[in-house]
Design a protein around this ligand. Structure first.
Ligand code: PLP
Length: 426
């Protein structure tokens, strides 16, 4: 028994009793013909926290009033700006503060991490990944294999999905690591698969890979701000993520990067820049690069202050809401949408995302049973109704109720709209 009910009264009562309900008021909800959209697209671009504007304006004001002096005398001196997001970011991903840094974008960080942690040899040249990974991961990994003079045909090993709806079982991952591990230099997997919404067990993957002597990195684009993460304890060597999805830091926002503390002082090859140089001697402008211990040592450039300000404002929301509280609400909210779809739309939609709450985050990926064309039609209809999810080729609609700003009533509204569309198809 779920205790769920498919009535507006029930959904509104849940929203009224939600301890996190006030946070919705901290976001700009895009309008749609005089009403608020039902926004289910936090998996792609999170909504704008209202605090962002003031955070950016403060830096613009410091720039206009202090110019270069704002590095030292600004309200938040720019010299240390990336450090202002460090603790909150570490909390969100379950890491120690010196293991995380906000810099660049996800794809750039993935390459920088591979410069240091993908060290192929003739005996161990390969990267192990999932088939169907997000394109940038595929492109980045393949290009790294080629860059080192190896052949992706043999040295980029892809684990094929073996589960319902294109999901990947832990058994398949285990088998692939056991079979290929001896020639795998690096394993790269996601925290949440972008198309299916499936969650991977990071710690279990690291355990398996380390037995075979492989380095392990994760792409947490869809996991960060969505799942409870324990990156340090997982033992992963590195992880990268973007901050524009569940973290609501804005389009193309500054990304995050984790380097496990066992590499904090490691003498590994890296692409260096002055902002990664030891802070205490950076301005002596010497020719010899001395890395800052920890993740900070992978920075290249002085940080983009105007782009970091929104991240700072958005992480402040997370700090106040608390990841544990968000996860508790998220599990219930997504379970409600899952239950509504299964009980009201079983003849119309298949849910691709695993039903097990521990194997999914906020996102539910659905396929229209009647096929791709119907799926496109439904997606277009939802957009016209101001119900915003997203479409992923070839045939998936992603709907992600996010706990900071979505309501139980939103889930019911989306399902009622799909029922109305079904009625029109008859
Ligand atoms: C799983 C995953 N990896 C990588 C990316 C690309 O990130 P970026 O363009 O910020 O480098 C995305 C973007 O949505 C993603 O979902």
């Amino acid at each position: 028994m779920t205790g769920f009910e498919a009535t507006r009264g029930w959904a509104q009562a849940q929203d009224a009793a939600d301890p996190l309900r006030a946070f919705r008021g901290e976001f700009h909800i895009p309008p749609h013909h005089g009403r608020e959209t039902l926004y289910f697209c936090g998996n792609s671009l999170g909504l704008q926290p209202k605090g962002v504007r003031a955070a950016v304006e403060a830096e613009l004001a410091d720039w206009s009033e202090l110019a270069v002096e704002a590095h030292f005398r600004g309200r938040s001196p720019w010299l240390h700006y990336h450090e202002y997001v460090r603790d909150a970011m570490a909390d969100v991903v379950g890491a120690k503060p010196h293991e995380v840094v906000a810099m660049n974008t996800l794809g750039v960080n993935l390459h920088l991490m591979m410069v240091s942690f993908y060290r192929p040899t003739q005996e161990r040249p390969a990267i192990l990944m999932e088939a169907g990974a997000f394109p940038t991961d595929r492109y980045a990994l393949e290009s790294q294999v080629r860059f080192h003079g190896f052949d992706p045909a043999t040295d980029l090993i892809e684990i094929q999905p073996d589960g319902p709806g294109g999901t990947l079982s832990m058994a398949a991952i285990e088998e692939a690591i056991a079979e290929h591990g001896h020639r795998v230099a690096l394993v790269v997997l996601p925290g949440v698969q972008y198309r299916t919404g499936q969650v991977f067990d990071l710690a279990a993957i690291v355990r398996l890979a380390r037995v075979q002597g492989c380095v392990v990195g994760f792409d947490l684009a869809h996991a960060v701000g969505n799942l409870p993460l324990a990156l340090h304890d997982s033992g992963a060597d590195f992880a990268v993520w973007c901050t524009y999805k569940y973290l609501n830091a804005g389009p193309g926002a500054v990304a995050g990067c984790f380097v496990h503390e066992r590499h904090a002082n490691a003498d590994v090859p890296r692409f260096a820049g002055w902002w990664g140089h030891d802070k205490s001697t950076r301005f002596q402008m010497g020719p010899q690069f001395v890395p800052t211990p920890g993740a900070d040592g992978w920075q290249l450039s002085n940080p983009p202050i105007l782009a970091l300000a929104p991240l700072r404002a958005s992480l402040d929301v997370f700090t106040r809401a608390g990841m544990d509280n968000l996860v508790t609400k998220s599990r219930r909210l997504t379970a409600y949408l899952d239950w509504l779809i299964r009980s009201r739309l079983d003849d119309t939609l298949d849910i691709v995302t695993p039903n097990d709450p521990l194997q999914r985050g906020a996102q539910l990926s659905v396929r229209v049973r009647a096929g791709r064309d119907s799926g496109r039609m439904l997606f277009g209809y939802l957009e016209q109704q101001g119900i915003i999810g997203d479409w992923r080729e070839p045939d998936v609609i992603r709907l992600s109720p996010t706990p900071l700003y979505n309501r139980f009533a939103d889930c019911l509204g989306a399902v009622e709209a799909i029922e109305a569309w079904r009625g029109m198809q008859a």
